[in-house]
Design a protein around this ligand. Structure first.
Ligand code: COA
Length: 468
């Protein structure tokens, strides 16, 4: 390493604008306010410029502590690999903590590829752009579960199996009546858990049994949601119609009338785009539960629980709350500025993996725009555009629009109640979760990461009457 170079510590201190004494080995990204994501980008650029190197993207995500950065730089310049290894080894006395498991690759998969840098998404090797244009939801569900696109005959048999499995047990309908005032996503989660009781083969994790369970779950979730929708609105549940596709039947059961071709086409495409999305929080949860050898119903109950949160699938409902709170396009800039000034996320923006726009968003935006125009929702669309404009400085930094932003308005125009949006999204995600549970089961390993303990030890124990 040339002596002209600043020391790593001095450079980090410079970029983060903190005293050099504070740049200690255990200082990590996000441990202090000054080392936030933007500062981290600046730091990587400064390192590249100062040392005239190009830091590979795979390394960038590991350079999250002073020790790791120094080890990396030394390794780069040292012809003596051993010395560098020693530094790495020393720095490992303090484990590198990957909070939120960000950037951690925990297994291999054949299911879905998200290329977050280029903004590309593939199910089983097929681009979602091709699938959304040429496929149907049933075909995509088959693809995710089986790993290959079906022949005409295989698709026919798969569709038949889904049609035959749509009815839910009478006891479950009774249970949904009891839960009429629960949130739809709570009914869905409880319904999936309850379905286990009606499956005598639920402990069978053979490929064949999992496949049958998967078909039943995909087929029955729309019926659970639609049954709850009818009961809480004081109506008779609508029985599934075996002549309709998955998307068409869902809309039919929700509304009690045959949906238009246009509505079915949009629903089908939205379902395709929502069918899987890598190892996000809910899919990871599915794998964690499947990895303990719990049954598929348990894995999917847990998946829905994880999915419902506001930072994950739940965002789709919060986007609508935000649009309603904004009320008119002219108020969007002020609303967004208020949120960002208070370090609150703007719903429908940002993603852990994409550094660019979510590839699904292009399709969803087009459908949302057309549907809003057809439904006369000009004010709502105006607010959408105004929020996008207000978020432009953030989009330029990689905090771009995500799939929930436009999905929200589509579900609204298609007539779903706001608290049903996340459930509709979960219904679409079933094949993805099931495929990932299958993959986990087929090549299982218990998922058990570590926590770095930073609390006290050897505290003197005082009996309860001795404590003040
Ligand atoms: N609005 C404004 N700022 C945002 C933002 C958003 N939606 N999402 C991220 N940011 C900012 C954060 O404030 C943070 O800035 P800082 O480093 O200066 O503190 C930076 O971007 C990184 O954000 P962080 O929350 O740490 O990223 P993450 O990868 O952990 O979070 C989400 C990803 C999805 C949880 C986050 O973007 C979010 O909360 N989005 C809104 C909810 C949503 O739409 N969820 C659906 C996801 S498909």
């Amino acid at each position: 390493m040339s002596t002209n170079h600043l020391s790593v510590e001095a450079l980090i201190a410079n970029v983060l604008r903190i005293p050099e004494e504070e740049v200690t080995d255990d200082l990590e990204y996000r441990a202090i306010m000054e080392w936030d994501s933007l500062a981290h980008v600046h730091l990587m650029i400064a390192l590249e410029e100062a040392y005239e190197i190009e830091i590979d993207i795979d390394f960038r995500i590991t350079l999250t502590s002073v020790a790791a950065i120094r080890a990396y730089i030394q390794q780069h310049f040292s012809s003596n690999q051993e010395a560098a290894t020693v530094v790495v080894a020393q720095s490992n006395d303090q484990p590198t903590v990957h909070r939120g498991l960000a950037g951690v690759v925990f297994d291999r998969t054949h299911t879905t590829l998200i290329d977050g840098k280029a903004g590309r998404l593939f199910y089983r090797g097929y681009s979602i752009h091709d699938l959304v244009q040429h496929s149907t939801y049933e075909e995509v569900a088959y693809l995710l579960l089986h790993g290959v696109l079906p022949t005409q005959e295989q698709l026919g048999a798969f569709q038949e199996a889904l049609l035959a499995a749509r009815e839910i047990p009478e006891e479950l309908i009774g249970m949904i009546s009891i839960l009429r005032d629960a949130r739809p996503i709570e009914v869905l989660r409880t319904g999936v858990s309850a379905l286990a009781v009606f499956d005598p083969e639920r402990d069978d994790t053979s490929k064949d049994a999992l496949h049958k369970q998967g078909i039943r779950l995909i087929a029955q979730l729309p019926t659970i949601l639609a049954t709850h929708h009818a009961i809480r609105n004081g109506k008779e549940p609508v029985s599934p119609d075996p002549t309709l596709s998955h998307a068409a039947n869902f809309l039919y059961m929700m509304q009690g009338v045959k949906p238009s071709e246009r509505a079915v086409d949009v629903m089908d495409k939205l379902f395709i785009l929502h069918a899987d999305h890598g190892s996000n929080a809910s899919a990871f949860t599915t794998r964690v539960v499947a990895g303990t050898r719990s049954d598929l119903y348990a894995s999917l109950t847990a998946a829905i629980a994880a999915f419902a949160g506001a930072l994950h699938g739940g965002a789709v409902e919060n986007v609508m709350t935000m649009l309603n709170e904004i009320g008119e396009p002219e108020r969007a800039a002020e609303y967004v500025a208020h949120l960002t000034a208070n370090k609150q996320p703007v719903m429908g923006f940002g993603h852990r993996v994409y550094e660019t726009a979510d590839p699904r968003a292009t399709h969803i935006r087009r459908m949302a725009q057309e549907l809003s125009a057809e439904a006369g929702e000009t004010n709502l669309w105006g607010i959408i555009e105004a929020v996008l404009e207000a978020m432009k400085p953030y989009s330029d930094k990689g905090i771009d629009v995500n799939v929930d932003f436009y999905a929200s308005i589509i579900y609204h125009v298609l007539g779903l109640e706001q608290d049903e949006f996340v459930s509709a999204f979960a219904i679409a995600r079933m094949p993805g979760w099931i495929a990932q549970a299958q993959e986990q089961i087929e090549n299982n390993i218990l998922i058990r990461p570590l926590l770095h303990y930073v609390g006290e030890i050897d505290l003197p124990y005082l009996r309860v009457d001795q404590r003040s």
